[in-house]
Design a protein around this ligand. Structure first.
Ligand SMILES: Nc1ncnc2c1ncn2[C@@H]1O[C@H](COP(=O)(O)OP(=O)(O)O)[C@@H](O)[C@H]1O
Ligand SMILES: [Mg+2]
Length: 401
């Protein structure tokens, strides 16, 4: 096993899945306890403030959020004098006392939804030269956008359902035209906000009044909506992929089991033991599907992971027509609930090994990116500087007037 590193576990944030992220982070920090690594919590409040402190690693402390936040130390990333990246206290500590600071080796983002999963936080890590145990900016951003994720899959020849998408302003400008395009898909349809998760704002519509209502409801959550035909009879199959851009492998498949027509927030997080986050939901592992369908889903999963340029652990969700056996890629979660550890345990990969592998892959990916030529030495600036601004050809310089 690799040597000991300080692993910043970042979680929470302004997202409807804030609480689920706290549960995932607690599981990750507990798993890190069984590795040589040391966990350092970075809790992002629902308002976006960054806090740290030992209490943030203790699930029972979250019972009193006011007290927990009040006791937290406000922090931010900073470069130390030696060039290492630090998590540093930002509170005014007085003239002669140094702010508290911790050197960080690697980050595990454990956010679900919002800017912690959509590439924005991954971008901040990149700016601060921090190895990050998740997909990078592009794959995270595409993965968070149901429309773009499907479009990329379609372009690579992976199976996806047809769809119609539009922005709120386009819907308002010509509702009739959009209704006609949607009705050409055939009822029933599913209406979804493109950037959300956890089934928030997702509705099935079997006729026009229900469709209009579903679209308007989806616009309460997102300015961009996607509509696709319903798969029926439906069987949902999920598969996790773990690795990096060069090597990845697929887990066993699971079949999540819901209580209604669509898997709800309730089914996903509130069934069973709620303290276990995504791991508590009802599911069949391995999914009871024919071997050839399982093999197809596992092969598709690693192919899509590579097409999107993912890294770390992800979960891909598929919709299967139970009558025909046809399988469609539905969505990818680049930071899946509970990091899908329950899909790796059957293959003998325990949670501590999973997080240790994520840490190793983060370093590998970081080395492979930073080890390349990133600056191009020229004497352009010294030459141009000698000529002054007038020497810049093709650039209009106007006198301020
Ligand atoms: N095209 C579809 N046909 C049938 N059921 C669907 C379809 N799209 C979504 N669903 C149901 O709605 C649930 C939530 O939709 P999904 O696209 O997975 O959004 P979320 O990101 O919120 O999980 C799915 O788990 C599934 O039960
Ligand atoms: Mg889903």
């Amino acid at each position: 096993m690799s040597r000991s590193h300080t692993v910043l576990v970042a979680f929470g944030g302004p997202s409807p899945e804030h609480e689920v992220s706290v549960l995932t982070a607690m599981q990750i920090m507990a798993a890190l306890g069984d590795t040589p690594h040391k966990a350092l919590p970075l809790y992002v409040t629902k308002n976006g403030r960054w806090l740290t402190g030992p209490a943030f690693s203790d699930l029972s402390a979250y019972q009193d959020m006011k007290k927990l936040e009040a006791g937290g130390l406000p922090v931010a990333f900073a470069f130390g004098a030696d060039g290492r990246t630090l998590l540093r206290g930002t509170a005014d500590t007085g003239l002669f006392s140094k702010p508290q600071a911790w050197a960080i080796d690697v980050v595990i983002p454990a956010f679900h939804g919002g800017s912690g999963e959509n590439g924005a936080f991954q971008g901040v890590c990149e700016v601060f030269n921090l190895p990050c145990a998740s997909s990078g900016v592009t794959a995270s951003a595409v993965g968070m956008d149901k429309r773009l994720a499907k479009a990329v899959c379609r372009a690579y020849g992976h199976p996806v359902l047809p769809d119609v998408d539009f922005r709120e302003s386009e819907w308002a400008a010509d509702q009739q035209a959009h209704l006609s395009r949607i009705e050409a898909l055939g009822y029933p349809v599913f209406v979804k906000p493109i950037h959300l998760g956890s089934s928030i704002g997702v509705r099935k519509a079997t006729d026009r009044p229900a469709l209009v209502h579903a679209v308007e409801d989806a616009f309460r959550y997102d300015a961009h909506v996607l509509v696709e035909p319903a798969v029926s009879p439906l069987r949902e199959i999920n598969c996790s992929v773990l690795g990096g851009p060069d090597r990845c492998e697929a887990s066993v498949c699971e079949q999540p089991v819901g209580s209604g027509e669509l898997l709800s927030f309730q089914d996903k997080y509130l069934a069973g033991d709620a303290t276990k986050g995504m791991a508590s939901a009802d599911r069949l592992i391995p999914a009871p599907i024919p071997d050839q369908v399982r093999d197809r889903i596992r092969t598709l999963s690693t192919a899509i992971y590579r097409s999107l340029g993912c890294s770390g652990v992800v979960r891909l969700d598929f919709l299967m027509n139970d009558a025909t056996g046809d399988v469609y890629f539905n969505e990818i979660n680049t930071q899946p609930g509970s990091f899908s550890f329950y899909l790796w345990e059957p293959a003998g990969v325990r949670f501590p090994e999973l997080v240790a592998r994520l840490v190793d892959t983060a370093f590998e990916t970081h080395r492979s990116q930073t080890g390349r030529v990133r600056s191009y030495e020229t004497n352009l600036l010294s030459k141009k500087a000698a000529q002054g601004l007038k020497g810049l050809k093709g650039m209009k310089t106007r006198k301020p007037g």
